[in-house]
Every structure is written in structure tokens, then in C-alpha cells.
Write a protein of this length. Structure first.
Length: 288
């Protein structure tokens, strides 16, 4: 009798254990299906969201181009729009995965001070970008020198300004530094002044040298007559008589005029018999 009772108890226990395992497996399967649905939905939201973001970005680009806004403003606004749209997409995905966005926002708000301190540099760069767009110390296409970097402005983004150097390097310069420090903009004005110092030998006829330089300047149509070119005796150096020449030209012609003038003066002086000096040292020997 006792043995029969023990066998019945063991059989009931095994049956209960089988039921519990089956229920656990069933719950796990249902949970996996629900999680799988959420993950699949999140993936679909991401794909569709990225497609919508691209379409919105293209539409905004066309609108900005039709309004003929400056390239610097366009790049800044497109960069800002891209960040905002991607943040919205991220919140939508997080919400679909079951994370409470209100709790997530509360966590972000409570960590706002720490995040602000960590991102203080980026916030200053963002503010610097706004200052650059409002006050326009430079724009896309200008050649500038600032923060130890020189180059042509390719883009003004929300945190950085992208410069392309003359040897085709790309430099990312923080907007905060550009907006709060000195910047040299070589493209801001329509005209630039080119300046040379040509040294000739002592004994050369100054009036002849001046006349030759005037003829060279008059022959170059890129050199402006107003303001008038300047030629003067700059200095009597140790080994040369230095003639200073200053002319004005269009900003886009500056470097061509500068280098062409050096070559033309060298060739012309040789033809005219005007000698270029070289360092000389006279040594006097003392007599016993």
C-alpha cells in the first residue's frame, strides 16, 4: 500500500514537472515571437526612415538651391537637418523596441549637466557656426588663414569648417576657434596689392631701372591703373640697391601676376644689361 502511494506521488510529480517545462517553453516561444516582431518592425522602421530622410534631404536641397542661398548656409542647414531627422528616427526605433521614451528622455534630462559639460566644446563650435553664417567673415570658395590652417573653404558644417589646401589636403577646423579668433580672408576684397623688392647693383642708373619697370607694368593688362602703381627706391642695402614695386590687381589674378612679374623682370633686366647683385665681402690685409 505504501509503495503504491509513493509510486503515485512520484508519477504526479513527474507529470507536474513536464507541465511546468512545457509552460516555460511555451512562454519563451511566445516571448521570442513578440521580440522577433518588434526587432523586425524596428528594422523596417530603420529602412523606411532612412529612405524618407534621403528624400526629405533631396527636397530641402532643391528648395535651398531655388532660393539661391549661399553655399555655406546650404551646407550648414543640410547638416543640421540630417542630425535632427536621424535623432527622430532613433527615438522611433527605441520606442518600437519597447524602451519607454519618456523614461529615456528623463534619463537624458537628468544627465543634461554632465552631457553639457562633456559637449561644451561642440556646443561652442555649433554657436561659432551660427556666428559665421550670420556675420559672414568668410563663405564657401574664399581662401582664408586662421587657427594655424590655410586653404579654400569647401563646406561650413555645424561643428567644423572644411578647408582644402593648395596641395589638396582636407583640414577640419572647429568653428568655435574660427569665430572667436583672428581670420585672414584673402578673397573678401575684389582687389589685392602685389609687392616686390628688386635688388640691382650699386652704380646702376636708377631712372633707367625705373623706366624699364614702368614699361613692364604698362604691358601687363592685368595690373590696374587705379590705384596707380608705385615704384620707389626702398633701401640701400649692404650689397644692393633695393627697388620697391607695388601694383594692384584683381584678387583672382594675384598669384599669376606675382610669379609672372618675377620672370619678366629677370628676363628683361638681363636683356637691358641691368645687373643683379650678389653678396660681396671685401677683405683688407693689414700691412706690417
Amino acid at each position: 500500500m505504501l509503495l503504491t502511494l509513493l509510486q503515485a506521488t512520484a508519477q504526479a510529480s513527474n507529470t507536474a514537472s513536464k507541465i511546468n517545462v512545457e509552460q516555460l517553453l511555451d512562454r519563451l516561444l511566445n516571448w521570442g515571437i513578440e521580440v522577433g516582431k518588434d526587432i523586425l518592425a524596428a528594422i523596417i522602421i530603420y529602412i523606411v526612415g532612412r529612405f524618407i530622410i534621403k528624400q526629405i534631404s533631396r527636397l530641402v536641397s532643391k528648395i535651398l538651391e531655388k532660393r539661391k542661398l549661399e553655399i555655406s548656409v546650404q551646407t550648414f542647414l543640410k547638416s543640421l537637418l540630417s542630425i535632427l531627422l536621424n535623432l527622430i528616427l532613433a527615438f522611433a526605433i527605441i520606442s518600437k523596441l519597447g524602451v519607454e521614451t519618456t523614461s529615456f528622455a528623463a534619463i537624458l534630462a537628468s544627465a543634461g549637466v554632465a552631457i553639457g559639460m562633456a559637449l561644451s566644446g561642440n556646443l561652442s563650435n555649433f554657436a561659432g557656426g551660427l556666428i559665421i553664417l550670420v556675420f559672414k567673415p568668410f563663405k564657401v570658395g574664399d581662401y582664408i588663414d586662421g587657427q594655424g590652417a590655410s586653404g579654400t573653404v569647401k563646406e561650413i558644417q555645424i561643428f567644423h569648417t572644411i578647408l582644402a589646401t593648395v596641395d589638396n589636403r582636407i583640414i577640419y577646423v572647429p568653428n568655435g576657434g574660427l569665430s572667436s579668433n583672428a581670420i585672414t580672408n584673402y578673397s573678401k576684397q575684389d582687389m589685392r596689392r602685389a609687392e616686390w623688392v628688386f635688388g640691382v647693383e650699386y652704380g646702376e642708373d636708377y631712372e633707367k631701372v625705373k623706366a624699364v619697370l614702368e614699361r613692364i607694368i604698362a604691358a601687363d593688362k592685368r595690373i590696374l591703373t587705379t590705384p596707380a602703381p608705385f615704384i620707389g627706391l626702398g633701401a640701400l642695402s649692404a650689397s644692393s640697391v633695393d627697388i620697391k614695386v607695388r601694383v594692384w590687381t584683381k584678387t583672382e589674378n594675384y598669384w599669376d601676376v606675382y610669379f609672372d612679374m618675377n620672370k619678366i623682370v629677370y628676363d628683361t633686366f638681363n636683356k637691358e644689361g641691368i645687373g643683379f647683385p650678389f653678396p660681396q665681402l671685401t677683405v683688407h690685409q693689414a700691412k706690417d
